[in-house]
Design a protein around this ligand. Sequence first.
Ligand SMILES: *Cc1c(COP(=O)(O)O)cnc(C)c1O
Length: 233
Amino acid sequence: MEELSQNIRQVESKIDSACKRSGRSRQAVTLIAVSKTKPVSMLKDAYNCGCRHFGENKVQELVDKYEQMPKDIKWHMIGHLQRNKVKYVVDKAYLIHGVDSLKLAEEISKEAVKKNITAHILVEVNIAGEETKFGASAEEAITLVQKISCLPSIQVEGLMTIAPYVENPEKNRKYFRSLYQLSVDISGKNIDNVNMDVLSMGMTGDYEVAVEEGATYVRVGTGIFGERHYETV
Ligand SMILES: *Cc1c(COP(=O)(O)O)cnc(C)c1O
């Protein structure tokens, strides 16, 4: 608990400094505590330290934790979402970050209509063009946003990217800058029903640079909860 609260304070203070350096308001950036693989007891500690935004990448884990944690938490689905699992998470996720195909968006729209809610989503962009990553290319993203904007009960709020893993975060600055520029370009098209207010970018290794380049959400796991240990079941 002591260590966790220190970690959170440290991340908060680095976000604060990055905002000051880039002339941004601290309110413009929200920290998502990425709690995947971590036990509910740790999430409760983070909650008690003031965290209200949590990120999970597996549907079942998000749903389990959702049931056990206070109801004022905003849950972010940050992982690759399979279409057959959309129905379990669409009414629990505050924001779905990884939408990278029209088919997935259609499924989200369909389930949101059924449940009479609006689903808020981000289009995932593979901004560095890495072969191993999900996400639309910058060009595809524009068309995808346009197509999604025509679907009912789904609202595009902005863009998300997972930048390459790098030792030196400065190496990702150009990618964060490109994602920001892409969101400005899409915004300039004034597509009905589309916001480009949200930019989800930056993880433990590079969130300060991401904030300097315009991130509105940073997704920090290791920097808050420590290393993840994946158990082999
Ligand atoms: C796991 C994960 C994170 C957090 O990664 P850390 O390097 O531990 O901060 C952020 N975003 C996504 C999409 C993730 O899957």
